[in-house]
Design a protein around this ligand. Structure first.
Ligand code: MTE
Ligand code: MO
Length: 197
């Protein structure tokens, strides 16, 4: 009999190293949340041509999902097995659908932080507009009251303090995508920088 071998380390995307928990990592100050005036908006090229608004109560009434996912920052750290709870992006896409010729979205946060992605990325069933992490409400630093989690892309694609989704007919780059980071940002293909495109 041999002793049981320890579990092999979990595979990380190339060039990533493991950290134990999420550091606080963002550009600019933490915004103040005002639940009375907060609303989530879907705008741009919607199917009905209208802007759609959900206030705090309307958002809280949406069906919820839980997604367990690994988190990969383009600056080379990863956290395993975060448990996110919130509203599936698909629920939002069904409530306020895009026009037929939409090619992607811009996710908008407070203070103008933004991230663009293809329709197929936001429509993935594991994408969540998260309100909770590991069973607790998000802290202000980690994005309360709402952050976008796109588990299959580097985490700069997931704005904290998410306020809106804009449907795009033409390609446009978000905050980091304009500043030298990759337009698609698949960590398993190590798509970190725009010069790789
Ligand atoms: N609004 C906003 N969201 C953001 C960022 C930011 O600068 N502003 N940084 C992104 C990046 S690069 C990372 S790695 C994660 C960090 O999330 P954390 O602070 O919860 O660890 O938030 C993402 N979402
Ligand atoms: Mo990041």
């Amino acid at each position: 009999m041999t002793d049981a071998a320890p579990d092999p380390p979990r595979a990380l995307p190339p060039g990533q190293r493991l950290v134990a928990e999420l550091p606080v990592h963002h550009y600019g100050p933490v915004p103040k949340h005002r639940p009375e005036s907060w609303k989530f908006m879907v705008f741009g090229a919607t199917l009905d041509g209208q802007e759609h608004h959900l206030d705090t109560a309307a958002f809280a009434a949406l069906p919820r999902i839980t997604v367990t996912a690994d988190f990969h920052c383009v600056s080379r750290w990863s956290v395993l097995d975060n448990v996110w709870e919130g509203v599936a992006a698909r629920t939002i896409l069904e409530l306020a659908p895009p026009a037929d010729d939409v090619i992607g979205i811009m996710a908008w946060a407070e203070y103008g932080y933004s991230a663009n992605m293809r329709m197929e990325d936001i429509a993935s069933p594991r994408v969540v507009l998260a309100t909770h992490l590991d069973g607790e409400p998000l802290t202000p630093e980690h994005g309360w009251p709402l952050r976008l989690i796109v588990p299959h892309l580097y985490s700069f694609k997931g704005p904290k303090w998410l306020r809106a989704i804009e449907y795009l007919r033409e390609p446009r780059r978000g905050f980091w995508e304009e500043r030298g980071y990759h337009n698609i940002a698949d960590p398993w293909r190590e798509e970190r920088y725009s010069y790789q495109e």
